[in-house]
Design a protein around this ligand. Structure first.
Ligand SMILES: *Cc1c(COP(=O)(O)O)cnc(C)c1O
Length: 375
């Protein structure tokens, strides 16, 4: 490397904004001119566009991905006394939403190669209280939905997909988040489709569930001051809908750019022999991921991260602590050693920069630095 290589940020949303500024400002200005900020026409328009984009489910937007999970559980009447089986290797909201709904998260270990919930462990975790399976399409890679759906059918369980990181990913040609009973998505600013603040959505093909979700996001109310259900206040802001409407028209191209960057990482790492030194992501056949993150795995993770950081390359650790060992969930009684794959994964994963604006030169710089790390 030269001494003059510029630092590489982990994510650079300013580069995205630079290209979208006129369209975004026009969309936001239109909202101010109309002065209708709650459930205005932009929200309905966005829901219709998202429904088309996802090949036709019913779409209900809401205030965040976390609320989407919470609303899904409320709509399915999952709460006190119920158990929901999920992964210990995810963002906290996956399990937090289950616990906040009053139900009990039950974890099963992950597949150490895909980092997704391993369906082989599900059946032994099912009890008479189990109501739902909640797989996460972690880092934008589809979970093993055929296996999960068939277990759900056999045991009469609901399937809630946490597709917060996976909008546009496909499993056997079907968009993730539209395969189970309800799919939950996030528009957190750093997600593949990110707003200018919090936002989320639900997708379902079930009309009755969609109706319940629409009520539940407005205090369970269908008609002002008349309340059928106990709901939340969880609507997508009109300002966010306007921003997301502009960005949605770019999402397919952005996801495609992420795929090309992932492919380039592979090519460069294989050429450098790095596949002998670390675990590269691998994609099961029939899955098309959207590369929310590009995560490699290596035992010397912390040293590698420091080495890259000294070269100006930012990385992240998703996730340093598995959910079953989070203090907020200590009442569940899990212990270190309960899910060895998830625990070891937390010690070894390293997320490298991946975003549509990342240049080939930056990628070469990252892979060269990783090669230099190994003696
Ligand atoms: C981001 C995320 C969420 C929560 O979404 P918010 O919009 O931040 O509330 C839930 N699950 C996973 C896997 C996520 O990555």
């Amino acid at each position: 490397m030269t001494d003059f290589e510029a630092p590489i940020p982990f994510l650079d949303l300013r580069a995205q904004y630079a290209g979208l500024q006129p369209d975004l400002l026009a969309a936001v200005t239109a909202v101010f001119e109309q002065q209708q900020f709650i459930l205005g026409p932009q929200v309905e328009a966005l829901e219709n566009e998202l429904a088309n984009w996802l090949d036709g489910p019913l779409v209900i937007t809401c205030a965040s991905g976390t609320d989407a999970l919470h609303l899904a559980l409320l709509a399915l009447e999952i709460g006190s006394g119920d158990e929901v089986i999920t992964t210990p290797f995810s963002f906290f909201a996956t399990a937090g939403a289950i616990a906040l709904a009053g139900a009990c998260p039950v974890f099963v270990d992950i597949d150490p190669v895909t980092f997704n919930l391993d369906p082989a462990h599900i059946e032994s975790a099912i009890t008479s209280r189990t109501r739902a399976l909640l797989p996460v399409h972690i880092f934008g890679l589809p979970a093993d939905m055929d296996a999960i759906q068939s277990i759900a059918i056999r045991h009469n369980l609901m399937v809630i997909e946490d597709a917060a990181q996976a909008i546009g990913a496909k499993y056997q040609d079907r968009p993730v988040g539209t395969i189970g009973n309800i799919g939950c998505f996030s528009f957190y600013p750093t997600k593949n489709l990110g707003g200018a603040g919090d936002g989320g959505m639900l997708a379902t093909r079930d009309e009755a569930l969609a109706r319940r979700l629409r009520l539940l996001r407005v205090h369970g109310s269908n008609q002002p001051y008349h309340h059928e259900l106990l709901g939340l206040n969880s609507r997508l802001d009109v300002l966010q809908a306007a921003v997301l409407g502009v960005k949605l028209s770019h999402l397919s191209a952005w996801n495609q750019a992420r795929r090309q960057i992932a492919q380039a990482y592979w090519d460069l790492m294989l050429a450098a022999g790095l596949d002998q030194r670390l675990q590269l992501p691998s994609v099961p056949s029939g899955s098309i991921p959207v590369w929310h993150q590009f995560v490699v795995r290596l035992p010397q993770r912390d040293a590698a991260r420091d080495f890259l950081s000294a070269r100006g390359i930012a990385t992240q650790i998703y996730y340093p602590v598995p959910l079953h060992l989070q203090p907020a969930l200590s009442h569940l009684g899990y212990q270190a050693g309960d899910f060895p794959h998830a625990e070891r994964t937390c010690r070894e994963v390293l997320a490298l920069p991946i975003y549509p604006e990342l240049t080939p030169a930056q990628q070469r710089q990252i892979v060269a630095a990783l090669s230099d790390f190994f003696p």
